[in-house]
Design a binder for this molecule. Structure first.
Ligand code: T6T
Length: 324
């Protein structure tokens, strides 16, 4: 996989040097970036990668942020970007596997190539799945991420333990797949998933739900929170209930707050994605495509770094913590 990334980067960067592109063409190339929601440390970090690539490649980026992780907010933004008539390519994290399809199809039909970063539409298989028009899907393997989380819980708790999942909302490709991976790992390792709650990306809701579930089910000894906001709420609930250490907790997303929960012993592992790389590679691959390369891969997994109490203070790993 590293080889693919290096090849794409090398081809795209080489193209700047060797293709006869006028400064007018390069000046006028504009990429729209629409993250899943902001503010969110994950997408703030992704934005850093997008802007770094744009600066490295001399293209303009227009970023527009949905206020909530919801198609009601992202669809009008994308509609307006299409209507401008001056957008050459779109890099975006769709809010819903199905509901985001029509507006992205419309962008593609208007001649704006689409790369999805972090999340996907359809089933994410843009080569042979039900939705094939996007150029590429750049993001984590989220089934694998859910498995990493719940295998860690199984390692710590052993067979027969009861666990709880804090998730966002059905329909979001990433968090659906994390839940799936966790449930699969739990079944394989003999853990019982007692309950799944959905917090709508609201840390306060996640905190209240977690507190209520742990109080009503004192035999739950492990939990998995599938993204930044669920993790933030789960960590607070565990702290307030004085359950640090008694309940093993696996969190997704390496925000400063979540790393703080790991440092103070509230949680056991934090799974970091590579949002800056997703953003950087999304822009690079759009540029490779516009410059005529046919080797842009339909799928580019970006990998993880798993933080534990043993490696969290190693300065070499600080780069995996999200930008605040
Ligand atoms: O976990 C990330 C992202 O991967 C997911 O699609 C939505 O939530 C986050 O942005 C974290 O808040």
């Amino acid at each position: 996989m590293k080889k693919t990334i290096i090849l794409v980067l090398t081809l795209a960067l080489l193209s700047i040097a060797i293709l006869p592109i006028t400064s007018a063409q390069s000046d006028s190339y504009t990429i729209a970036f629409v993250p899943g929601v902001n503010p969110d440390p994950f997408y703030i970090t992704m934005s850093r990668g997008v802007n770094q690539a744009a600066s490295d490649m001399g293209v303009e980026v227009i970023q527009q942020d949905p206020e909530q992780f919801n198609v009601q907010f992202s669809v009008p933004i994308i509609e307006a970007l299409i209507a401008r008539g001056d957008i050459d390519a779109l890099v975006t994290a769709p809010n819903d596997k199905e509901q985001s399809i029509p507006v992205l199809q419309k962008a593609n039909d208007a001649g704006i190539p689409v790369i999805t970063v972090d999340t996907f539409i359809g089933d994410g298989d843009y080569a042979a799945g039900p939705v094939t028009f996007p150029l590429s899907y750049v993001g984590s393997d989220n089934v694998e991420g859910g498995r990493i989380a719940c295998n860690a819980l199984a390692d710590a708790l052993g067979e027969g333990a009861k666990i709880y999942i804090q998730n966002v909302r059905p329909g979001i490709s990433t968090t659906d797949q994390r839940e799936q991976g966790c449930v699969e790992a739990a079944a394989a390792r003999g853990l019982e998933v007692v309950r799944v709650d959905y917090n709508e990306n609201d840390a306060n809701t996640a905190q209240q739900q977690t507190a209520a579930v742990l109080q009503a089910n004192p035999d739950i000894t492990g939990m998995f929170a599938t993204n930044t906001f669920g993790a933030l709420g789960a960590g607070a609930a565990i702290q307030n209930a004085g359950l640090a250490g008694a309940v093993q907790v696996a969190l997704f997303d390496a925000s400063e707050e979540n790393i703080g929960y790991l440092r103070d012993g509230t949680v056991s592992i934090v799974i970091a994605q590579k949002p800056a790389d997703m953003g950087y590679l999304g822009v690079v691959m759009q540029m490779a495509n516009v410059r005529g390369y046919t080797s842009v891969p339909k799928r580019l997994p970006t990998g993880y770094f798993v933080f534990t109490s043993e490696n969290v203070d190693d300065p070499n790993n600080a780069k995996f913590i999200y930008t605040g």
